[in-house]
Design a binder for this molecule. Structure first.
Ligand code: AKG
Ligand code: FE2
Length: 197
């Protein structure tokens, strides 16, 4: 059906694939503009190790149910999927054969916005979550770090229109982040499709 170029990362205890051109550049920029303007972006306060910070990016939650998503001491309540998000979701579902319930959207306004080291291992995601992550707009580096050996790291550039798929035991063994950068970078929207049980 699809003949997307797939780059499978050769890292232990993981199942991570990168599809650099899941959407064409122009399709991805159309999605970027629509989602940027249609979304009620919010900036939550998060609490990590007892300290409260303004999250260094804007977020929004969408779902086809009422289930909330909680992490770092915040609980997000979803809004219904938009037509654009349903178009994107359905193309990912054809590739993965997973029915995603939920999408967490992140807006990195510039290089100062980031997402610190974490695993997507909240219990509502189930044992071995499938996370499908779309990049729209500017490219940013995605870093991976092995929990058992912090010297084992991997970094890849997530480009406009790309899909990164993490599944299997990845979240048990690996942390990931989007680090801040001093380079001039334009805004990036990230959409992470998930199943919430
Ligand atoms: O922006 C990204 O590519 C990663 C987002 C992420 O890790 C998350 O929302 O859990
Ligand atoms: Fe994540």
């Amino acid at each position: 059906m699809f003949s997307h170029k797939e780059i499978h990362l050769n890292l232990p205890n993981s199942d991570i694939s990168y599809y650099p051109i899941f959407f064409s550049k122009s399709e991805a920029l159309d999605f970027y503009n629509t989602i940027l303007n249609e979304t009620n972006w919010r900036q939550d306060n998060i609490t990590i190790f007892g300290k409260t910070y303004a999250q260094p990016r804007l977020t929004a939650l969408f779902a086809n149910n009422k289930k909330t998503y909680s992490y770092s001491n915040i609980t997000m309540h979803p809004e219904p999927f938009t037509k654009t998000l349903l178009t994107i979701k359905s193309k990912i579902e054809t590739l993965t054969d997973v029915n995603f319930t939920t999408c967490l959207a992140n807006l990195y306004r510039d290089g100062k916005d980031s997402n610190g080291w974490h695993a997507d291992n909240e219990k509502e995601l189930g044992k071995n979550p499938v996370i499908a992550s779309i990049t729209l707009g500017a490219a940013r580096h995605f870093s991976l770090k092995y929990k058992n050996d912090k010297n084992l790291k991997h970094k890849l550039l997530l480009e406009n229109g790309s899909l990164l798929l993490m599944k299997g035991e990845t979240q048990h063994f690996w942390l990931h982040q989007i680090a801040k950068t001093k380079k001039e970078v334009k805004p990036r929207i990230n959409l992470t499709f998930r199943v919430i049980y």
